[in-house]
Design a protein around this ligand. Structure first.
Ligand code: TNX
Length: 547
């Protein structure tokens, strides 16, 4: 007699129950902390297991489903199948059709299923990041239990940035992609990419080939803080437009917009070395081998400089779809302009005069920045500049990046400009992470930026009205690279401070350092799994007091 199918099925189920696989528990309290976590410990949890399927409910959710499958694979070793329709039970469903604020999501879990519903594809992506971080990094070979209940989450700021300086030291396209992966893990959605500076021009501009032929390479670099001793090692590199487009796509798939920065009119010595006629003195100039602020800047009295900038921005906007384009504006000494006949003639021609707040040369800089702003506006773009942009007067819709403190942001918000908060004392991650002996060096001109300082920083300046506060659109950390020559070192400077940054950008603003430390320790296990280099010693240890 043949055994019935029913009997066989029961026997198989019995065997599975007896040999039920071990399980670990997920914890929704990740970094950054979700706004609301409501779990019901009395109800049966959702059990992620080797048979769990991922349902991509709509075409916009397919890539989120693929990311989740990849993360689950890396964490547990399972290879979940992705389907378009939900089975009866045992599935994770991803969709992005919930009305509400951008970048937001809800996770619901019960014994049958787990759902991630975004207000848009980006929101669902952050829900997927939360699930990924909720899974213990040491889950391999285990099922994962997700407590029944709901997580509702929405970011505090819609601009959540990180900056990377690839001009002072060049990092490969693959390293930049790894940086983008790190940003995604922290719910960061803007990469402010510093692509040009005195020490190197890193972006291919086809109409001006010498920018990379000459400007991307320096013959050697000063050792330490302008010691006068050089390393005799040529340093350089640049990204082709094809590589740049590939990186833009890689970032976009992770809901990250790349904001390119062409820093002008100062920080341009690599461009001057390539085209000396763009400077006030005509050169010769070299791609800078030292650090600091160069006196040699673009000549603001020369029409060919304006044409040069139009050409550069034409190609930049062809490569980068970002609405915001960063045009620098920082640290532009005026000594050359004061002595330059063409700059002085331009000042007279424009009728620029010193007044109580700005010199004629500062106004000349505003004129030049205004030209680039107007040119970008014809291509549908809006500019960001460093807070010096306010000095000679900034155009109305310029976004101000407040780096010398938060006063720039306050002034900007009061004048009706949007502002992004990046004060060096809290958010310059090129400064050392501790005062411990042997702490890897970083920038030297200010004090170390400790993990706890980052976490406890309140980004919205005091004294703003509610309406002015609306102008504080984002928070960002900056990673300058003068003293950070390798990508491994860069990772170390970024992590784990980026965890604290994510809390400022996404979180509610409530402060509880012990609770953050506990969550960060779990995130650090994910850093370990990914092989990231990070300052583990800065994470408070797991003592009874910190639990
Ligand atoms: C200041 S922030 C700079 C950069 C340096 C950085 C080093 C800003 C607008 N200018 O050029 O790389 O300090 O910490």
């Amino acid at each position: 007699m043949k055994p019935s199918i029913l009997l066989l099925t029961l026997a198989a189920a019995g065997a599975a129950a007896c040999t039920q696989r071990p399980a670990v528990e997920a914890d929704y309290a990740v970094v950054p902390l979700p706004a609301v976590i409501e779990t019901d410990t009395a109800a049966a949890p959702f059990r992620l297991n080797p048979d769990t399927r991922i349902v991509a409910a709509d075409s916009a959710s397919a890539s989120n489903a693929a990311f989740l499958a990849e993360y689950i694979g890396a964490l547990t070793g399972f290879a979940p199948e992705i389907t378009a329709t939900a089975p009866g039970s045992d599935y994770i469903r991803i969709s992005c059709d919930k009305p509400g604020r951008a970048d937001s999501y809800v996770i619901t879990a019960n014994a049958d299923s787990l759902t991630v519903t975004g207000t848009d594809a980006a929101g669902a992506f952050y829900g997927v990041q939360t699930l990924r971080k909720a899974i213990p990094a040491a889950a391999a070979g285990n099922d994962v239990l997700f407590a029944a209940g709901e997580v509702r989450d929405s970011p505090r700021f819609l601009y959540r940035g990180a900056h990377l300086d690839c001009a002072r030291h060049f990092f490969s396209a693959d390293s930049v992609k790894q940086f983008i992966d790190i940003l995604a893990l922290h719910n960061i959605n803007r990469l402010h990419w510093h692509l040009t500076d005195d020490q190197g021009w890193r972006v291919e501009i086809k109409s001006r080939p010498r920018l990379t032929e000459v400007g991307s390479m320096r013959p050697q670099t000063v050792i330490g803080v302008n010691t006068g001793v050089y390393d005799s090692i040529p340093h350089g590199g640049f990204y082709t437009q094809e590589q740049l487009r590939d990186i833009v796509d890689y970032a976009a798939a992770r809901h990250i917009t790349i904001i390119p920065e062409i820093d002008l009119p100062g920080h341009m010595q690599a461009a001057l070395a390539s085209y000396p006629e763009l400077g006030c003195t005509g050169g010769p100039y070299e791609v800078w081998q030292i650090w600091g602020v160069s006196k040699d800047v673009l000549c603001a009295g020369n029409d060919s400089v304006y044409a040069f900038l139009d050409d550069v921005m034409t190609e930049i906007t062809d490569i980068f779809p970002s609405e915001l384009i960063h045009i620098g504006g920082d640290e532009c000494p005026k000594v050359r302009w004061q002595e330059c006949a063409r700059c002085q003639a331009r000042i007279r021609e424009l009728g620029l005069r010193r007044d109580a707040s700005s010199s004629a040369e500062e106004k000349l800089q505003s004129h030049l920045m205004g030209h680039v702003t107007d040119f970008l506006a014809t291509r549908g773009r809006r500019v960001i500049g460093w807070d010096e942009m306010l000095e000679g007067g900034a155009t109305d819709n310029a976004v101000i990046m407040s780096w010398r403190g938060t006063d720039g942001a306050t002034a900007a918000a009061r004048a009706g400009h949007d502002a992004i908060i990046v004060p060096y004392k809290f958010l310059y991650f090129d400064f050392a992470q501790s005062t411990a002996p042997g702490e890897p060096a970083g920038a030297h001109w200010s004090t170390p930026v400790l993990l706890e300082d980052v976490y406890n920083f309140e980004p919205v300046p005091e004294g703003l009205t509610d309406e002015e506060k609306e102008h504080i659109i984002g928070v960002q950390a900056n990673l300058w690279s003068e003293f950070i020559p390798t990508f491994q070192h860069m990772e170390y400077m970024a992590l784990p401070r980026m965890g604290a940054l994510a809390e400022l950008q996404w979180g509610t603003g409530r402060k509880d350092y012990a609770d953050f430390s506990r969550r960060l320790r779990r995130l650090a296990r994910h850093y370990d799994l990914a092989g990231y280099n990070y300052a583990a010693h800065t994470i408070p240890a797991d003592t009874a007091a910190s639990r």
